[in-house]
Each structure stands twice: as C-alpha cells, then as structure tokens.
Design a protein around this ligand. Structure first.
Ligand SMILES: [Zn+2]
Length: 404
C-alpha cells in the first residue's frame, strides 16, 4: 500500500484520501511500501502496474483498454536531422484519443473505491472527454464546467458520453472567475460527497499516478532500458512530473540502470515554465496567453514548480516552440511518419529538431518524443493542414492519366 507524503514539508498524512497537505497546502506524493514491485500481467493494459497505483481491489478497476500504446521508431524525420534513434510514443491511440485516459481510468477507479457517486471537473478538452468516457463506463454521474470559449468540437465529444456540461462566464480569461470556479467545485463535491478530478498533481494526486505508467512502458518497449532524453509537451506540468516519477520508481525497483534527461516543451507566447527555467526563478503566472495551441496554453500552471525541480533533478531543460513551427511539425509528422497528432503533441518533434539543429543533441542519443493526443482532437488545426488546399474534381476516365 501507499502513504501520502507532503513534497513541501515532508510530513506523512495518515488520511490517504487527502488531496493537499493539511499543514501547508503542499503537493502530496504517493509513496509505496517497497521499492521493488511485481507486475500483474493478468490485469488489463496499464493495470498490470497496479502495485504502483492507488488500488485496493481489482474489482474496482474501470478500464477501456488504456495504455500499451505503440512506440514507433522514426522512419524519416529522425534521418533528416541525423538523429537515427528517435522514437515516438503514440498516446493518441488511447480509447478517447489522449494520454488523459490513463489518469481518468485511475481517477474513476479511485472514485468507485471511495464509494462516491459522481465526479466534477473543469476542462476544455481532452481531460473532460476522458473523465466523461470512464464515468459513463462506470455508470456514475459527471459534471463538467468548461470555458465560455471552449472549442465546440471538443465539447461535442465530451457531451456524447452524457455528463452535464456547463460553460462558466469569464472562465479562461479572468483569474477571479477561475479561482471562484475551482473553489466552488470543491465545495460542491464536499457537500455531495463527489470527487473533484483535475489533471494536476496539486489537485488529484491519486488519479495522476496513472500518467507515470507511460515511463514504465517506455522502458519496457526499449528492451528494458531508459532512453537518454524524453521530450514532453507541457501545459500544467503534471504529465512530465509524473513521467519523471515513473522513471525514478522503475530505476529504484532495479529495472533500469540509468535515468533519462527530461525536456519540457511549451508553446511560445504561453510558456511560464520555460520563462522561469531560463530566468532561474519560480514559476509566475503570465498575464496574457499569446499561444493558440489548445491543451498546453496555461497562464498559471498548477504543477509548474514541480517541473522546474524535475528538470534540475534529471539534468534536463525547457524550451518553447512558436505556433507556426508547431503546425509545420504537425504536418511533417502526418506526411513523413504517418502520425496524425494534435498540435499540442507536435511540439515535441519541433523541439527535438530545434535541439538537434542547435547542437544541444549530438545525434547519438536515444530520444523519445511523447505524442500526447490524436489529430482529430483539434478540428481547426486539421482544417489548417489540409482543407485549404483545393480538391481536384475529375471525371472517372481521367483516372487512367494519373501517375508518378
Ligand atoms: Zn506539508
């Protein structure tokens, strides 16, 4: 089993259902009894790592086949920049199309384990879809509070799973609205004994454990060793922080002999973590979000300072990518690798390329770039990639004239 240890003051909390340190509000980390742990291959997908997840009984598991996503070696893009050992971990092939399914699977399982009847959350996209799908699977109610400006295509996927979806006035561009929304969702959950699920370590430490299974899988897929460098798209910061935790746990369990360097990739124009990294100071919220890349454009990243700590610990770094380079990377991944991903995922290829061209990568490293979500998620970006090209209209007989 596990204990909750505050990452700020180091105190252990006896109540494992807490979501923040009762003494100082610090982020709680789940620590398990022993460093070595058995795999449970009879459980579905990522649940074979259940010994490192907050699960008391496998009967609670809510699974749609999350995890076990493909790791594919680059066929062309790596060769273009003389980086032959470039791999893509394709999280877009999870059940709802993003890595958030790992978190929702653990979160909704944990909800059932606690005996709660509903979840509530804020999200404008992938996390909402994941929670709604796993909530539907578990037969529990869901309440999603979204942004006034949330893209309707993303909301459509969420609504299809049947939760109650409401948009909150001024949420997304007024800090006061954000603070009030989060506080009121927490109060609503307390009053009704529901579970608030936010995909940040500082809000849902138990559910976030699901994300670290990506690190375990990467090591297993690379024949039992860690890669040299891992590129991760970063918005709130919880994903990269959990993946780093996963590598450390896999290492402590004696399964790998070394640890990778972690690289946080942010969208230029909305990159408070990169700015803090470069200035050598704590993360500060930024006023205006200039970046248009949905999913990783956050003005106030909830797990930002954890990311800075992880980058230091892993001897990693942070960098930011301009939106136009991100869209170019998205097209290249589709047309040169057959990988159809959303812009928030494509930043990792743009970043690896920039680092290779600047010489930060020598070309000899084994590099894993994490593709977090599938291309269908952002329909505007899909339009940008292809729909502006005119479609030739031909007669059936014209087909015979076509050739290389
Ligand atoms: Zn504390």
């Amino acid at each position: 089993m596990f204990q909750m240890v505050c990452m700020t003051c180091g105190q252990t909390c006896s109540d494992v259902s807490l979501v923040a340190c009762p003494h100082d509000g610090g982020v709680l980390d789940l620590r398990y009894d022993s460093e070595a742990f058995p795999l449970q291959p009879h459980l579905p997908g990522m649940w074979r790592y259940a010994a490192r997840l907050p699960l008391t009984d496998p009967k609670h598991i809510v699974s749609l086949g999350e995890g076990d996503t493909p790791m594919v070696q680059s066929s062309q893009l790596g060769a273009d920049i003389d980086l032959p050992q470039l791999y893509f971990k394709n999280e877009g092939l999870n059940p709802t199309g993003s890595y958030k399914d790992r978190i929702a699977s653990v979160g909704i399982t944990y909800l059932r384990q606690l005996g709660r009847s509903a979840w509530a959350a804020t999200s404008s996209g992938n996390a909402g879809a994941s929670l709604a799908a796993y909530g539907a699977r578990a037969g529990v109610e869901g309440y999603l509070f979204t942004l006034e400006s949330a893209p309707r295509a993303k909301i459509a996927q969420i609504m299809s799973y049947g939760p109650q979806v409401m948009s909150v006035k001024r949420l997304g561009y007024e800090p006061a609205a954000e603070i009030a929304t989060w506080a009121n969702i927490a109060a609503l959950c307390d009053a009704n004994d529901w579970l608030m699920l936010i995909t940040a370590r500082s809000n849902s430490p138990q559910a976030m454990e699901g994300a670290k299974t990506i690190a375990y899988e990467i090591c297993q897929q690379l024949d039992g060793e860690a890669p040299d460098v891992v590129y991760v798209p970063v918005g709130g910061g919880g994903l990269i922080s959990c993946i780093w935790k996963g590598f450390k746990e896999w290492h402590a369990a004696g399964r790998i002999s070394r640890l990778p360097r972690m690289v946080a990739v942010q969208p230029l124009g909305c990159d408070p973590i990169t700015q803090a990294w470069q200035a050598g100071r704590p993360v500060e919220p930024i006023e205006d979000c200039g970046g248009a890349v949905s999913g990783i454009s956050l003005t106030s990243p909830p797990d930002g300072d954890l990311v800075l700590q992880d980058l230091r610990e892993s001897d990693g770094w942070a960098l930011s990518i301009a939106d136009e380079d991100t869209y170019r990377a998205q097209s290249a991944l589709a047309s040169r690798e057959g990988l159809f991903v959303e812009p928030a995922a494509a930043v990792v290829w743009a970043a690896a390329r920039a680092d290779r061209l600047s010489g930060r990568l020598s070309g000899n490293e084994q590099v894993v770039a994490l593709l977090t979500g599938i291309g269908f998620k952002d329909s505007k970006a899909v339009q940008r990639m292809s729909a502006e090209e005119p479609l030739p209209l031909i007669e059936a007989d014209d087909i015979l004239d076509i050739g290389p």
